[in-house]
Design a protein around this ligand. Sequence first.
Ligand SMILES: NC(=O)c1ccc[n+]([C@@H]2O[C@H](COP(=O)([O-])OP(=O)(O)OC[C@H]3O[C@@H](n4cnc5c(N)ncnc54)[C@H](OP(=O)(O)O)[C@@H]3O)[C@@H](O)[C@H]2O)c1
Length: 390
Amino acid sequence: MKLAFRHALLLVLVALLQRQGWSVFRLTTPAQHRVMVGGSSGYVGRAVVQELVARGISTTALVRSVESLSDVTLEYLKGSNIVQCNVLDEREVEEMSRLHKPNVAICCLASRNGLGKDAYAVDYGGGISLLKGLAASLDEQEKDRSTSTGAIAAAAASAAPSPAAHYVLLSAFCCGKPLLQFQLAKLKLEEELKTFSPSISHSIIRPTAYFKSLDGQIEAVRKGNSIMYFGSGQCAANAICEKDLAAFMVDAALQPERIGMLDTTRNVGGPDVPPIEKRQQGELIYDALNVPKEKRKFIALPLKIFDVLLSIASGASNTFTSLGLKELGGACEDAAEIVRIVKYYATGKMSPLRTRSHTYSCQIPMSNLKLKHLLLSPFLTTSIQNPWWR
Ligand SMILES: NC(=O)c1ccc[n+]([C@@H]2O[C@H](COP(=O)([O-])OP(=O)(O)OC[C@H]3O[C@@H](n4cnc5c(N)ncnc54)[C@H](OP(=O)(O)O)[C@@H]3O)[C@@H](O)[C@H]2O)c1
């Protein structure tokens, strides 16, 4: 009886706080959360799962094929509940959500090629499926509440506030200056997330650049090849390492308000101020690999190359399309989009303008590339044998 009284008192308190605008989500302690992660086999997704498990959070890692997970990815996902689920199928995600009843979704999905059709299917469509899955989970929790049996359980259930949930979206810094199809797909998801449901709060995280972008260059240098960059090599970024990004995302997932991420969009990057330029980055890689100055090789490619390639690909696309050869026209348009993507990253500065207020502290600044950590990190060592772009 004493217990029932305490329970009732707690519910009254919760109801009062809720009337003051506190959602159930904010009243849940981190350990009580159930998190589902979309894109958990990816570079950031798997680091996010690892961080959640390390913090003792019940985690469902959604993957498109359990069989194709590498040993390294399996190691990252250890301790989570790995569930095969096609995130492009809304109904499948809803069914899975009704079963596992997550109250947090973290979306780390990204199309593998960045082209329009795939980006709208994966970055946008997959993200929406997770959102609807979260809504289905809330619906299921509401049903559980209304079907509670027993006098005390029923009274407690009817007094308890409605369930609420939180959605964390891994977006990209470059969405602040959108020119590419995948950026537009991500922005569309960002907008829908903001208005989807009052029961689902959100955090949108836009990282500047990832350390993994270096691995191709490290591999090239190890083989004795040159480091290539475009233009003057002054394009700069303050990249963030995946471990720090994952820690920030998990903070945003479990206690968004504490870190100022409740219903907020924020750029995050590493601490390098000023950010590291491409040419400098090359020198840091050579330093890390102990290559003497006289043996360092750089190739600077002219930026004009992009305009030439773009006009060839776009011209061919227009010609084929006007001749009724839609497939060929589409293939050339895809080639043009790939050139636009490479140009964007070869020329765009990936560093928040208001660095101080927008940068999340990163333990491993790029300028410390000498750190063995980076060169020996599981991602880099495996990707060097099996590069991610292949
Ligand atoms: N690269 C950068 O420097 C950078 C900087 C800032 C922001 N970002 C953004 O960060 C985000 C994630 O990056 P990331 O490097 O972690 O991505 P990633 O390693 O390519 O991972 C993508 C994830 O999405 C899944 N996925 C892709 N296509 C799918 C499909 N058709 N069906 C189901 N799942 C699918 C992948 O599953 P599979 O393993 O089965 O393919 C994987 O789990 C992207 O949105 C990117 O724009 C990147």
